[in-house]
Ligand binder design. Sequence first.
Ligand SMILES: [Fe+2]
Length: 231
Amino acid sequence: MRNNFSIEHTMFSLVLVVIMTSKLFSQKNNHMKFELAPLPYAYNALEPHIDARTMEIHHSKHHAAYTNNLNAALENSSLTGQSIEELMTSGFETPAIRNNGGGFYNHNLFWEIMTPGGANQPEGDLAEAINAAFGSFAAFKDAFAKAATTRFGSGWAWLCVHKGGKVEVCSTPNQDNPLMPGSCGGFPILGIDVWEHAYYLNYQNGRPDYINAFFNVINWSIVGEKYNANK
Ligand SMILES: [Fe+2]
């Protein structure tokens, strides 16, 4: 009698452990982690405008940290499983998701719209929209550079497109972006990182010089594709 009870008790415990373990693994599998994508070009591809060392640290340290910290913030969160765009609004009130989710999203866009190739100024519908909003490409550059230069502390300057095709320049602090509540709105199609980690090694406190150099590495073909897809 006692032996039967002991065997049954052991089997019950084993079944319990199997159920709990499988639940644990299925929960882990449900937590889709965001991944740091490799840069779409070599670290030195943007030289002399942005140096290889800055690019390497920026991508492999800063962007990696935002990615890891975002995944950590989403562990056991009810927001797990949402897209990064959805998290920009749903996670806005949670500083760890707002800051690290913004950092993850913003840098993905930043790497994408820079490259040694592509058109070196806007073309097609985007060129027309920029001319309509600013008067000329030169006037747009002035407005964008001003937004980036005057962003106090750390943050970003953006070119956004609104539904209907109108474009607008704005800037946001820290790792915020136009997808977040209370920002300029619209969909970001071009962004410049003006945190010191983006330029200090090469330009020290010369943020305007870095901003001028940035115009040499924008891939306007990709920015134009983003404009057409989100106007
Ligand atoms: Fe950055």
